[in-house]
Design a protein around this ligand. Sequence first.
Ligand code: PLP
Length: 308
Amino acid sequence: MSRISETQWIWRDGQFVPWADATIHVLSHSVQFGSSAFEGVRCYNTPKGPAIFRLREHLERLLHSCKIYRMDVKYTIDELIAASRELVVRNNVESCYIRPMVVRGYGTAGMVPIGSPIEVYLPCWPWGAYLGDEALDAGVDACVSSWQRVQPNTIPAMAKIAGNYLSGQLIKMEALANGYAEGIALSPSGMVGEGSGQNVFVVSNGTLLTGPLDGSILGGITRASIIQIAQDLGIPTKEFHIPREMLYMADEVFFTGTAAELTPVRSIDKIQIGAGKVGPITKQLQQQYLGIAKGTVEDRHGWLTHCK
Ligand SMILES: Cc1ncc(COP(=O)(O)O)c(C=O)c1O
């Protein structure tokens, strides 16, 4: 497992503080009750310098997560964009992972969060391929998890909140314990849900399929980007509830996520997917996605925020 490699500065509520000083109290509400909202955003090293991929959409999702949980953030998206750009420049990193966090701090006793101060942090650090260096080329071996995703109208799956990741931790730890790189959790209805931190796509007879936003998965920004790229390339795409067996029957399967980028899946539950190697549609989408993110393919949708 990769360790965090420290950078120099973390933005905290309007100021840059040294990495080691960005601490919170052990009795902060978010520590006790898992109530921090967060994001994961990648900044890529492009020919025009560091550029953050779909920063505005990530910050919009962050503020939506906060809204659902009645957390008032006193910064606008444009202020957070400016702070993120400065963060990358100050830390002198070319590519990195940015982890915006809105934390309910120390103040009130008990579970009711109202009254605890709201603190906003922007840390960043260099981070390579999430599922290992080989994963993007060779694909990974995955399993269907014995843990399902949440039922709609229990814990909101579309909010990216720390507490939701208890589910992700169980899925991921079980997969690793059983020798797989990643687990795919089914939705409460038994259809394909998502990975511990990724959305899932299937290619079947030339059509790209992914599950709908039905209250049991996160609305991934990479997922939306891949659907857009597929549309640009004329690849037919459908959103519908995918039965588990279609995973095994698929020609190609891949994960999408900011951390995982577009990672092919070569087997599920030890059943080979398609030819057991990266399929042609996966490859095409991956090349386009990473090409746009790294500035080597035209940024035709305005997805990059340049930092300098
Ligand atoms: C549970 C879950 N699903 C899907 C995703 C993919 O989302 P995105 O593409 O916005 O990173 C993530 C990552 O944030 C996640 O944690």
